[in-house]
Design a protein around this ligand. Structure first.
Ligand SMILES: Nc1ncnc2c1ncn2[C@@H]1O[C@H](COP(=O)(O)OP(=O)(O)OP(=O)(O)O)[C@@H](O)[C@H]1O
Ligand SMILES: [Mg+2]
Length: 255
């Protein structure tokens, strides 16, 4: 039985125009990339700096339009949506943890986490349910004591965990939510091993409990070990595509 594909990238090319009329300053960040990610898969994306990892995530999220190629998320061809419909689709279906995790400095940790929900329109979910989900998520991310702190009173790692909570919260609130897409760019870049493990375990559990599909960019083989599959980008192309098992073997640390 073939697995149902949740994210499909078909021949995606992304060229950043450099402004020279002869194209000499253009950068081809993605070069005809095709990728199928089944429902519930945790995919780690690795590769050298500048290889196109963030661009791949931004294109998959519909934040950047590809120069060429098609993208499907679930049954939706996002390359065909208008900007307005794409924004709505993204709010409802995709959680994003950015490489630069800009928190709003004038809002507390808790208020930052609530932002996407508030931006999505009026808050229709009962307050008690919101508070309950918030308590649970903060506890799982080791942030309970920090909920009323402002970003400048949080460590880098705490800020990063708040950004992760913000990406997860809308979905966490909806216990029936299935098959949503979570994209994270270096989510543990500022974290020590213990907190990295907390994040990786939470991502893994969300994948397993709710069939979430995840693309997680990382430089750290330690995270990739939590994944089901690891791809490597090189010069805007997929240079390697391995199962987690193959990846662990290639690290010489059989599970
Ligand atoms: N907005 C932009 N305009 C022009 N070039 C860009 C733009 N964004 C990225 N690039 C270029 O595209 C290539 C891929 O960039 P990308 O940010 O996807 O790399 P990355 O793999 O995420 O790197 P890192 O590990 O350093 O975050 C790089 O050569 C980069 O300089
Ligand atoms: Mg990047």
């Amino acid at each position: 039985m073939s697995e149902k594909i949740h994210l499909l990238l078909e021949n995606i090319t992304k060229i950043y125009r450099g402004g020279n009329s002869d194209g000499s300053a253009d950068v081809k960040a993605l070069d005809s990339v095709s990728l199928e990610v089944p429902h519930g898969q945790f995919l780690a994306v690795m590769g050298a700096s500048g290889s196109g990892k963030s661009t791949l995530l931004h294109v998959a999220a519909g934040l950047t339009r590809p120069t060429d190629g098609n993208i499907r998320i679930g049954e939706t061809r996002i390359s065909e949506l208008s900007d307005k419909n794409l924004t709505r689709f993204r709010r409802q279906n995709i959680g994003i943890v950015f490489q630069a995790f800009n928190l709003i400095p004038t809002l507390t940790a808790e208020e930052n986490i609530l932002m996407p929900l508030l931006a999505g329109g009026s808050l229709r979910t009962p307050k008690s349910k919101v508070n309950h989900a918030m308590d649970q998520l903060l506890a799982r991310l080791n942030l309970t004591e920090r909920r009323r702190h402002y970003p400048d009173a949080l460590s880098g790692g705490e800020q990063q965990r708040v950004a992760i909570a913000r990406a997860l919260f809308t979905d966490f609130l909806d216990e029936d939510s299935k098959n949503s897409l979570l994209l994270a760019d270096e989510p543990t870049g500022n974290l020590d091993t213990a907190n990295s493990d907390i994040i990786c375990r939470l991502l893994r559990e969300l994948c397993d409990e709710r069939s979430h599909t995840m693309l997680v960019v990382t430089h750290e083989p330690a995270i990739a070990k939590w994944a089901d599959r690891v791809i490597f980008l090189k010069d805007g192309k997929i240079s390697k595509d391995e199962s987690a098992e193959e990846f662990r073997k290639s690290l010489g640390q059989e599970a």
